[in-house]
Design a binder for this molecule. Structure first.
Ligand code: APR
Length: 308
C-alpha cells in the first residue's frame, strides 16, 4: 500500500487525510508539533473506517520516524489567514516552519514526491526546494487546482451547468496576481467566451480570485479547508496512479511561456515522477503578457524571502 505523509494535522491536513482515506488511496501518516492532535484526528478517522468502508490506515504522530519512506509528503504546517490578512502576511512565521518541516521530512523520505500547501504558496514552495535541494520535478505546490475549482464553481453558478461539464483554468500566482484563461475555460468543450458576456466572465473571475478571502471573511478564525483538502487529494491520486492528468500545478517553470526558473501555477501533467510535463497552451499575446505579469508578482514576493 502506498504511504502518504501529511505534515500539519490542522484543518487542511486533516481534511486531505479524510478524503485520501475515503478514496482508499494510501495509508496516511498525520504529523504535527501539537501533542495529541494528530493522534486524536487519526483515531477519529479510523473510527469512520467501518462506516465508509475504507481499508487504508491513518496514524498520527509527533515523530518523523513514523513517516519513513513515504511515497508522497504533503506539507500544510503553518498558520492560516485571519480576516484582513493576505497570504503574504503569513510569510515570516511560515518560512521558519517550512524550513524545519522540509528538513525533517526529507531525512525520513528522501525519495518522496513533495506537495507544499502552506501559504504564501509560491514563496513557500520555492523556499522548500531551495532549502532541500529536492529535484524540482519532485517538489511542487497545491494552489492551481483549488483556484481552477473556484473558477469552475463560479461558471456553474453563472450558467447553471453541472460540475462535470466544466473545465476551468486559473494559473499564475496563488494570490491577487492570479490569472484566469476564459478562452480555455470550457463547458462541454465550448469556451466560456462564447457562452458568457464580458461582464459575466469578469464577475466569475473576480469570484475565483477573491474566493479564498471570501471564505476567510465568513470564518473569521481561519481559512478554507474543504476545497484545499480535496485539491490535495486530487494531486495525490494523480501521482499515486501515475495518471498524467493535466491540471494547474505550482510547478517549477524552466523557460516555458517565456518564464524562467520560477515556481508558479501552470498546466502540468502529474505522475509517479511528480511533474511529468509542463504543457504550453497556445496563448495569444495578451494572455502571455498577463501570465508574465503574474510571474513578476511572484518574483516580487520572493524578494521578501531574501529579507528574512
Ligand atoms: N510542524 C508540524 N506542524 C506544525 C508546525 C511544525 N513546525 N507548526 C505548526 N504546525 C501545525 C499546527 O499545529 C496546526 O495543527 O500546522 C497546523 C495548521 O493547521 P491550521 O491552523 O488548522 O491551518 P490550516 O487551515 O490547516 O492551514 C494550513 O495551509 O492553506 C494553507 O494558508 C494555509 O498556511 C496555511 C496552511
Amino acid at each position: 500500500m502506498a504511504k502518504v505523509t501529511i505534515v500539519g494535522a490542522g484543518n487542511v491536513g486533516a481534511t486531505a487525510a479524510h478524503i485520501i482515506a475515503s478514496k482508499n488511496l494510501a495509508d496516511v501518516v498525520l504529523v504535527d508539533v501539537a501533542e495529541g492532535l494528530p493522534q486524536g484526528k487519526a483515531l477519529d478517522l479510523m473510527h469512520m473506517r467501518s462506516v465508509e468502508k475504507f481499508t487504508v490506515k491513518v496514524t498520527g504522530t509527533n515523530d518523523y520516524a513514523a513517516t519513513a519512506d513515504s511515497d508522497v509528503v504533503v506539507i500544510t504546517a503553518g498558520i492560516a489567514r485571519k480576516p484582513g490578512m493576505t497570504r503574504e502576511d503569513l510569510l515570516g512565521v511560515n518560512a521558519g516552519i517550512m524550513r524545519s518541516v522540509i528538513a525533517q521530512a526529507q531525512e525520513a523520505s528522501p525519495n518522496a514526491i513533495y506537495i507544499c500547501v502552506t501559504n504564501p504558496l509560491d514563496v513557500m514552495t520555492t523556499l522548500a526546494q531551495r532549502e532541500s535541494g529536492i529535484p524540482t520535478q519532485k517538489l511542487m505546490g497545491m494552489g492551481g487546482v483549488l483556484d481552477s475549482s473556484r473558477l469552475a464553481y463560479a461558471v456553474c453558478e453563472e450558467l447553471g451547468c453541472a460540475p462535470e461539464e466544466v473545465e476551468a483554468w486559473a494559473l499564475g500566482a496563488h494570490g491577487e496576481g492570479m490569472v484566469c484563461w476564459p478562452r480555455f475555460t470550457k463547458v462541454n468543450g465550448t469556451p466560456i467566451t462564447e457562452l458568457m458576456d464580458e461582464e459575466a466572465i469578469e464577475k466569475a473571475i473576480k469570484r475565483c480570485v477573491k474566493g479564498g478571502a471570501e471564505v476567510v471573511s465568513f470564518l473569521k478564525t481561519g481559512s478554507a479547508y474543504y476545497a484545499p483538502g480535496a485539491s490535495i487529494a486530487k494531486m495525490v491520486e494523480a501521482i499515486l496512479t501515475d495518471s498524467h492528468e493535466l491540471m494547474s500545478v505550482c510547478a517549477h517553470i524552466d523557460g516555458q511561456y517565456g518564464i524562467d526558473d520560477l515556481y508558479m501555477n501552470i498546466p502540468a501533467r502529474l505522475g509517479k515522477n511528480g511533474v511529468e510535463e509542463i504543457v504550453e497552451f497556445p496563448l495569444n499575446e495578451e494572455e502571455l503578457k498577463a501570465l508574465q505579469v503574474s510571474a513578476e508578482s511572484v518574483r516580487n514576493g520572493l524578494k521578501n524571502l531574501e529579507t528574512l
